[in-house]
Design a protein around this ligand. Structure first.
Ligand code: CA
Ligand code: CA
Length: 179
């Protein structure tokens, strides 16, 4: 109607995403999808979130800007397929409603893209990773970092089964680590 100004609700005026990020949230393996389901909790459907946007830099403390934006998703997961292997990034996540209002950013969280089975983090899976796991498990040498890089069996544990799995993969035609 002429002379009537449509009211545009600004849903994120008091919305702080950083208060909603779970304390134990860890971006972890950035080559895979980051779980963003905490952005829209059950019972808060009225927020009508449209998308989540990811920002990253290699130096903590960066500010949210287009220069650091790596992509967005309308799903409850975000994947940074451009992250370099074995490089640590710091990430921020924001959410945007259907009116284009972008929330305040989340807390920063560090993530590294690693290769499962590459326990010694040199970019290849070879006998060096078997030796590294033996030294970690039986000689108190340092653990793979992050630890899941040594979990060749993808069962959530790093143990002798991962050594056996890598031996089978490298020397007996077994399947590669696939998680
Ligand atoms: Ca390796
Ligand atoms: Ca394992």
């Amino acid at each position: 109607m002429i002379g009537t100004k449509a009211y545009q609700e600004r849903m994120f005026c008091n919305f702080s995403l950083s208060e909603r990020v779970p304390q134990d949230h860890f971006l972890g393996k950035v080559a895979e999808a980051v779980d963003l389901s905490f952005c829209a909790k059950v019972g808060e459907a009225s927020l009508r979130l449209h998308r989540a946007t990811g920002y990253r830099d290699t130096i903590p403390g960066f500010s949210r800007s287009l220069n650091y934006r790596v992509g967005f998703t309308t799903d409850t997961a975000f994947s940074d397929s451009t992250a370099q292997l074995w490089r640590t990034y710091d990430y921020l996540v924001t959410t945007t409603d259907f009116s284009g209002n972008e929330s305040s950013p989340s807390n920063e969280a560090a993530g590294i893209r690693y290769m499962t089975g590459d326990a010694n983090a040199d970019g290849v899976i070879d006998v060096g990773d078997i030796v590294y796991l033996i030294n970690y498990l039986f000689k108190t040498e340092p653990a793979p970092s992050p630890l899941p890089a040594g979990d060749a069996t993808c069962d959530g544990n790093v143990d002798v089964g991962d050594i056996v799995y890598l031996i089978n993969y490298l020397f007996k035609g077994g399947p590669p680590p696939s998680c």
